[in-house]
Design a binder for this molecule. Structure first.
Ligand SMILES: Cc1cc2nc3c(=O)[nH]c(=O)nc-3n(C[C@H](O)[C@H](O)[C@H](O)COP(=O)(O)OP(=O)(O)OC[C@H]3O[C@@H](n4cnc5c(N)ncnc54)[C@H](O)[C@@H]3O)c2cc1C
Length: 320
């Protein structure tokens, strides 16, 4: 069987989800990276440790924020490298980029896979994904010669290759013209205060209405753990947290390794967006709250006492 070439896309630098995708790519073939921004020395070292010998870099400037242009870059790189599988770390934007790329490549598209395999007989790419808020595990085979897939954050643990390699960087020419009728007029970066992005964080601490709007204990625990902060829709409606921190049916879907929900009841609308989390911890004064019922661990008590005590214990443990 010939070697499968896998193109892994890094839309905004070599972050943890990109290295997770590279790790997944190595299980079915030889990974090549496409970066839509210039790479730093530290990123090249990380790629070398992950076994990436070839990195294509295209500098699209602000045009990379157009899914059509980014999708064109992905398709161009896939054709240039002869990739039969393209992996992108999942995000709202990446799904749109993947759709554009799969259209241009005439490729089957898998969204939010947690695993990738090669079907031995047909050579088709088979993706494993969770459906219906994490209650079903499904597998989907791509029947076209090229497959495009977005990879769910934290589904795979990033691991170094057996032996480090040196990564050769090659520029890639891509037409960065915006589609007719589209003009980028303004962009606002939301500051993350040094915390990881919610959708890709391995650990997330969330506060609900039980905080009564005081998120200082939630922030303290998140910072002790190096975690992202999330919340419920009620807290967003109250103006206590920004909309992009909302987890649930009408917010972000997350699947971190560790979910800590404090002062959150666990209503179905919230549950649907976090049910696929690895370990679920609930902190609540009410032992009958639905989130307590589905949690792997629950602490019954006042979050304003429990979270700072947990943060202090973690800081102490890290220092020792
Ligand atoms: C169409 C629609 C879409 C929706 N989409 C979403 C969505 O995407 N995401 C989402 O989250 N919600 C969504 N909602 C809202 C959802 O139905 C719930 O109302 C919401 O999730 C409840 O938020 P909460 O858990 O913060 O508040 P509550 O349900 O009021 O729960 C507060 C919890 O805090 C506990 N508590 C109180 N004080 C303390 C304390 N001091 N220490 C510890 N625990 C304490 C209480 O016992 C309680 O369990 C949606 C609703 C609708 C109608």
């Amino acid at each position: 069987m010939s070697t499968r070439h896998v193109l892994v896309v890094a839309p905004a630098g070599v972050r943890a989800p990109v290295l997770e995708s590279v790790t997944l790519a190595r299980t079915v073939g030889v990974p090549t990276l496409l970066s839509l921004v210039p790479l730093t020395d530290a990123e090249l070292t990380a790629l070398g440790e992950a076994g990436v010998e070839r990195a294509l870099v295209t500098d699209l400037g602000d045009a990379r924020h157009s899914a059509a242009v980014a999708g064109r870059a992905v398709a161009t790189a896939a054709e240039a490298t002869g990739a039969s599988l393209v992996l992108l770390p999942t995000s709202f934007v990446a799904k749109e980029v993947a759709a554009h790329a799969s259209y241009l490549l005439d490729a089957g598209l898998l969204i939010d896979v947690g695993s990738i395999a090669d079907d031995g007989e047909s050579g088709q790419v088979v993706g494993g994904k969770r459906a219906f808020a994490g209650t079903w595990e499904t597998t989907c085979a791509v029947t076209s010669p090229v497959a495009v897939a977005t990879v769910r954050a934290n589904a795979v643990t990033a691991a170094p290759a057996e032996a480090p390699v040196s990564t050769a960087v090659e520029p890639l020419e891509v037409d960065a013209t915006l589609p007719r009728g589209l003009e980028l007029t303004e962009r606002t970066e939301h500051p993350t205060e040094g915390r990881p992005a919610l959708a890709e964080a391995a650990t997330v601490v969330l506060g609900g209405r039980g905080t009564e709007g005081d998120f200082s204990a939630v922030e303290e625990l998140a910072d002790a753990l190096g975690a992202a902060i999330g919340t419920t829709r009620d807290c967003v409606d109250e103006g206590w947290q920004p909309h992009d921190a909302q987890v649930g049916q009408t917010g972000v879907t997350i699947a971190p390794r560790l979910y800590i929900g404090a002062g959150i009841s666990g209503a179905p609308h919230h549950h649907g967006g976090m049910q696929a989390s690895g370990t679920i911890v609930a902190v609540n004064v009410d032992q009958d709250a639905p989130l307590v019922q589905i949690a792997d661990f629950a602490v019954i008590g006042d979050l304003q006492e429990i979270l700072p005590a947990a943060a202090a214990a973690i800081r102490e443990h890290r220092a020792s």
